[in-house]
Design a protein around this ligand. Structure first.
Ligand code: BGC
Length: 286
């Protein structure tokens, strides 16, 4: 076969080698909802990996400042910014402040999320809209601002092989239906296709968009699911690996997706759930 120009493949662009101690050295990250639970662990892990981190929060400034101090202990910069991710003007103001302070953004972790549970026939409009506004619209508004900056700046090969990385915090409930939580499951189903559609649209600009799908994680959000021995036992019937997840289990996955070690991954849903999505009801029977 001829090796003429029509058969030439594009130059191979290999991801740069990553320092395993400081995978995110020189990168600027923003984590929404970072003053508790999964967001807190993610923000601290990004700092430990060498990134400067913005800790977004909406209530409890003291907790946000504690997370800032824990990040700074790793010898990087951190700052807390209050903003409601479901409000366009507040999101834009937050990104402007971050870019003013840190110069740019390389990593967005769209983590902020909440639950307002009710049986469908009792679910109020407020419960529906709050969950959709924060969990889905909030991720859109933050992703849009981050992508505008990624596109403006482009790739800086000495910092990262990608122009930017977005990690969406999804859930096992992007695929597992959840009675009594229809608003939440709808928001996470939306996050799933929003993430994959953004990944498809933005890959040509070397912007990677992936999601992490936690199962049951020990955080204030789902305290009723693990807070008593009875609740914990019942939860274990859903988890083949037979333990609850810890926020750090999720943080490690986010650091990987944010780093060049995952440079060829885009549009994936990475389930970190102790096997919750493995149809554990089928361990016997079927
Ligand atoms: C929810 C938790 C729940 C877990 C597993 C998460 O997305 O926020 O409340 O325990 O899914 O069902």
């Amino acid at each position: 076969m001829s090796n003429g120009p029509e058969h030439e493949t594009p130059a191979v662009v290999m991801p740069r080698p990553v320092d395993p101690q400081r995978r995110l050295k020189g990168q600027k990250a923003l984590v929404t909802g970072a003053n508790s639970g999964i967001g807190e662990a993610v923000a601290i892990a990004l700092g430990a990996a060498g990134a400067d981190v913005v800790v977004n929060y909406i209530v409890n400034e003291d907790a946000a400042q504690r997370v800032v101090a824990a990040i700074e202990a790793h010898g990087v910069k951190a700052m807390a910014i209050k903003a409601d991710v479901s409000k366009e003007d507040q999101v834009q103001a937050m990104f402007a402040r971050m870019i003013d302070a840190f110069g740019t953004i390389d990593i967005l972790v769209n983590n902020a999320g909440l639950q307002r549970d009710a049986p469908l026939h009792e679910m109020t409009m407020d419960q529906w809209t709050l969950v959709l506004n924060v969990n889905l619209t909030g991720q859109f508004l933050c992703a849009r601002e981050a992508v505008r900056e990624f596109l403006r700046r482009g790739v800086r090969p000495e910092i990262s092989s990608a122009a930017g990385k977005i990690v969406s915090m999804s859930s096992v409930h992007e695929v597992i239906p959840w009675a009594g939580h229809v608003n939440y499951a709808a928001s996470k189903g939306g996050v799933m296709l929003m993430t994959k559609s953004m990944a498809q649209e933005l890959a040509e600009h070397r912007i990677r968009v992936n999601s992490v799908c936690p199962g049951a994680i020990r955080t204030p959000l789902n305290q009723p699911a693990w807070g008593t021995p009875e609740a914990y036992q019942s939860l274990m019937t859903l988890i083949p690996y037979n333990r609850i997840g810890e926020p750090e289990d999720i943080a490690r996955a986010v650091v990987w997706l944010a780093s060049d070690e995952s440079d060829y991954a885009t549009g994936i849903s990475l389930f970190i759930d102790g096997g919750m999505t493995l149809y554990p009801g089928f361990r016997e029977g079927g």
